[in-house]
Design a protein around this ligand. Structure first.
Ligand code: HEC
Ligand code: HEC
Length: 210
């Protein structure tokens, strides 16, 4: 019941800025959405800044080992918010916290727009596990991440994401919220077993296929 109510809230009620700084970031981001020339310039600056990130995330934001998320094609507002969370220490991962602390708001916006503008190369997955995860995904995940896992506004696109990363992330949300806390994700993952989370993760990855 509660979940259904939440669906009808405007997206920004979810992404409610935690503080004034976050509100400024959101405002700036929205301005760029309306100004094509400024957006293109921002993407170009993001590409230049992303040299730092390529070592782990790949040159086009699609690369890296299994525990490194694909950034290409992600919703830019989600990316901006996650960089904010790393910088404030709300989301934990040593390297990302340090890197994000060294980015100013402009740079975070530029990087997010840049990665969002690249086409995603969907990750490999296990077809049998994906099949087993389909019904669980439909009943547990679509309400926020969408029918095909494409997300919306501040919600993460999960379609095509690496299954190892998705599974680890789901386990982290479920465990104690120490690495990453989200009341919504904690509530959902607590109702699922590790095996079910793995199956869902492979189904999520399979959604990246055209
Ligand atoms: C040393 C490796 C490394 C480098 C360099 C690196 N990242 Fe990351 N990044 C990671 C890992 C690992 C994660 C996953 C963290 C987790 O959830 O535990 C991550 C997560 C992220 C996320 C969250 C994505 C999501 O789906 O939630 C964003 C955004 C991000 N990185 C952006 C960047 C940017 C921008 C740079 C360059 C300024 C960068 N990263 C450089 C390793 C790296
Ligand atoms: C009630 C809404 C809601 C539901 C239902 C939900 N999620 Fe989420 N999900 C969120 C929110 C909010 C976040 C962002 C949390 C944050 O900012 O750290 C998130 C983040 C995630 C992430 C992290 C994305 C990334 O790139 O790091 C994954 C993976 C994810 N969800 C998968 C799922 C799966 C799989 C299900 C179903 C089992 C699910 N979610 C159900 C709201 C929801």
């Amino acid at each position: 019941m509660k979940i259904w109510l939440l669906v009808f809230l405007p997206w920004w009620a979810w992404a409610q800025p935690a503080d004034e700084l976050d509100a400024k970031l959101l405002q700036h981001y929205q301005q760029l959405q309306q100004d094509e020339t400024a957006r293109e310039a921002a993407i170009r600056k993001g590409r230049e800044r992303a040299v730092l990130c390529a070592y782990c995330h790949g040159k086009d934001g699609n690369g890296g080992k299994g525990d490194i998320p694909i950034l290409a094609g992600q919703n830019p507002l989600y990316l901006v918010h996650q960089l904010e969370r790393f910088a404030s220490g709300q989301r934990k991962r040593f390297v990302m916290e340090k890197l994000a602390q060294n980015l100013d708001h402009e740079e975070k916006i530029h990087l997010s727009l840049y990665y969002a503008s690249i086409a995603q190369k969907p990750a490999a997955f296990d077809a049998e596990k994906a099949r087993a995860g389909q019904a669980l995904f439909a009943s547990h995940c679509t309400v926020c991440h969408g029918e095909r896992g494409m997300g919306q506004k501040g919600f993460a696109r999960i379609a095509g994401q690496k299954p190892e990363y998705v599974k680890n992330t789901l386990l982290n949300f479920r465990k104690d919220g120490e690495k990453r806390f989200s009341p919504e994700m904690q509530a959902i993952t607590k109702t699922l077993s590790e095996q079910e989370l793995e199956q869902i993760a492979h189904y999520v990855a399979s959604l990246g296929q055209p």
